[in-house]
Design a binder for this molecule. Structure first.
Ligand code: NAP
Length: 251
């Protein structure tokens, strides 16, 4: 029997992660689906199995740092991971009427959006480098390009993740490991549906899944979508700080 390709997806119980799982699901693929909500994970798993994939599920809170890396290493020991798509994330803006964010919420955003994916990617990249092959995708956000006053922890967690992705890519590229940073704009998932504001150039979760997978398969360093958002890094660099700050303060 031909060997199976093993793909780990965090955030697989919803939104982009669930859409990526559905797209990858096929005979010859093993999907390791991580999330928190057991019922939604089981639903995604059942649909993937119906498409011919074999599936394992892991329900855990990524803020539980002590468990995350141990579980990941045990999974990789049992079935070496070929592709890891670290999509889990926690949205968040400061509460209405508040000047700053709740400190405990800031801790959770930092743990789920930064500490967990960074620890997982570090652990996996080392193992993949030893095997001489592997692909890791980190789902960041276009929010990383600007310091968003209504979501300092979220934009900072994604900016940190972006810097980490660039540094990790440089350290493991010569060992056959590709690290892809994905910086999406608005995607139609429960996270952005909860924003209660306009979502310009909105893309569907399925379209986002196709774009993430294409970036992983071509070993892209950085994928930014939808297209107009690709201008944001340039805008961020070219806009004078006084003008950028004045515009951001109005958000
Ligand atoms: N939607 C957008 O417009 C947008 C834009 C830019 C970037 N992104 C990024 O895209 C990624 C996917 O988000 P989405 O839009 O698909 O949102 P979503 O539908 O809300 O899904 C978020 C996923 O992350 C998981 N998750 C959250 N906190 C977790 C925790 N503590 N432990 C384990 N898993 C946890 C959720 O699991 P449960 O549901 O099981 O709790 C869910 O599977 C995130 O990294 C997000 O920051 C989204």
């Amino acid at each position: 029997m031909a060997s199976r390709r093993t793909i780990l997806i965090t955030g697989a119980s919803s939104g982009i992660g669930a859409a990526i799982a559905a797209r990858y699901a096929a005979p010859g693929i093993h999907l390791s689906l991580w999330g928190r909500d057991n019922a939604r994970l089981a639903d995604v798993a059942a649909r993937a199995q119906a498409s011919g994939a074999s599936v394992s599920v892991t329900a855990l809170d990524l803020a539980d740092a002590a468990r995350v890396v141990g579980l990941l290493e045990a999974e990789d020991d049992a079935r070496p991971i070929d592709v890891a798509i670290l999509a889990a994330g926690r949205g968040g803006t400061r509460a209405a009427g508040e000047v700053t964010e709740d400190p405990m919420e800031v801790m959770r955003v930092a743990a789920v959006n930064f500490a967990a994916p960074v620890a997982m990617a570090s652990a996996l990249a080392g193992r993949m480098a030893a095997r001489g092959a592997g692909r890791i995708a980190l789902i960041g956000s276009a929010a990383a390009f600007f310091p968003l006053p209504q979501a300092p922890a979220y934009s900072a967690s994604k900016a940190g993740l972006a810097m980490f992705a660039d540094a990790l890519r440089l350290s493991v590229a010569r060992h056959g490991v590709a690290v892809t940073l994905v910086s999406p704009g608005f995607i139609d998932t429960p996270m952005s549906q909860g924003l209660g504001r306009a979502r310009p150039f909105l893309v569907s979760a399925d379209r986002a899944a196709v774009l993430v997978m294409a970036a992983v398969e071509r070993r892209a360093a950085h994928a930014i979508f939808p297209r107009p958002f690709a201008l944001l890094p340039l805008l961020s660099w070219a806009t004078p700080a006084w003008l950028r700050n004045r515009l951001l303060a109005r958000l």
